[in-house]
Design a protein around this ligand. Structure first.
Ligand code: FMN
Length: 312
């Protein structure tokens, strides 16, 4: 597969692990990178929480060593003055790229005029990008097609003009549910209009859909289909090479969950509810998986979960 360059970052392939709240901590990112993801992000964090050095937020900013690269820090916010202060933090230099989340539809985020609400004000997104670019950072934005109305062309043009190095398009509006099909034709339309690399997102779930996305965009970003399934990257790469994918066997799934636990402990990002959520997704697709998931839920600490995993 061709390589891709974003600003000064050289990527080994064009497969991106999406930022995901409660999923993409450094332990999970490392598993996906091992299987072939070339780029990954922190989950979405608030700029003001970073400015106030909020403890859980700082924990979510943990980088998993040399292998956890290149790494994007994904942030959202609503206030330009705050963005300006944020852009000067020295901690930002620890990341390869800063990604502005303009796609989160959650009521809480939208209620504070951040996330996908920003799509209703493309000039504000442009100003946020400029503030970050002025400090010499590599910057991208992750958008949807629009907040209520589809204004993706206007948003994309303004993002390019503001100097962003990359644009990720999740091809749904903020009001569309993930169960509705993403409309990739908009990714093609934007691609024809702007010159910066575009990563397409929404509905990339296997080798076939990844190949189709890579025919339209420079990169393909995978979210839901990677949860508890870091192997998706390996299988997409296999599909691109051979036209085939291999089934993931039970041992791989259980070993991968066990590896996740080790990495979470090593990098001090263990969180019991995240572990259960991820565990329930790792433990799928084999005989006895549903019993294993039920047995995981009452467990209360790392030790008991480690013991349990050894016995699956
Ligand atoms: C559990 C979960 C958490 C998510 N958290 C974020 C996030 O922190 N930042 C973000 O930009 N998008 C987030 N998303 C959206 C995904 O990155 C992605 O845009 C969306 O799920 C569509 O891609 P998919 O069809 O591959 O799932 C999240 C999605 C899921 C399922």
């Amino acid at each position: 597969m061709n390589k891709l360059k974003i600003g000064q970052i050289n990527l080994k392939n064009r497969l991106f692990l999406a930022p995901m709240v409660d999923v993409t901590d450094c332990a999970f990112r490392l598993l996906c990178r091992e299987q072939g993801a070339s780029m990954a992000y922190t989950e979405m964090l608030y700029t003001n929480a970073i400015l106030h050095e909020n403890k859980p937020t700082l924990n979510l900013m943990t980088i998993g060593g040399k292998l956890d690269r290149p790494l994007g820090l994904q942030v959202t916010g609503n206030n330009l003055n705050e963005f300006s202060k944020f852009s000067k933090l020295s901690v930002l230099q620890n990341y390869d790229l800063i990604d502005i989340n303009c796609g989160c539809p959650s009521v809480k985020i939208v209620g504070s005029e951040a996330g996908s609400y920003l799509l209703s004000n493309p000039d504000k997104i442009a100003s946020m990008i400029k503030v970050l670019k002025d400090t010499g950072l590599t910057v991208s934005a992750k958008i949807r097609l629009g907040y209520k109305l589809n204004n993706v062309m206007e948003i994309s043009r303004k993002i390019e003009k503001a100097g962003a190095d990359l644009l990720t398009i999740h091809a749904r509006t903020s009001e569309q549910k993930n169960s509705e099909p993403a409309d990739w034709s908009w990714i093609s339309k934007v691609k024809r209009e702007i010159g910066i690399p575009i990563v397409g997102n929404g509905g990339v779930v296997n080798g076939k859909t990844a190949s189709e996305m890579l025919d339209i965009a420079e990169g393909a970003m995978i979210a839901s289909a990677a949860i508890g399934n870091p192997f998706i990257f390996r299988e997409i790469l296999r599909f691109i090479r051979t036209g085939k994918e291999k089934e993931i066997i039970k041992k791989e799934r259980v070993d991968s969950f066990s590896e996740y636990l080790k990495l979470a402990e090593k990098f001090d990002v263990f969180d019991i509810s995240r572990v259960k959520y991820l565990g329930a997704n790792f433990l799928k697709g084999f005989d006895g998986a549903s019993q294993a998931r039920s047995a995981l839920m009452p467990l209360k600490d790392l030790e008991s979960i480690n013991d349990f995993v050894k016995k699956i």
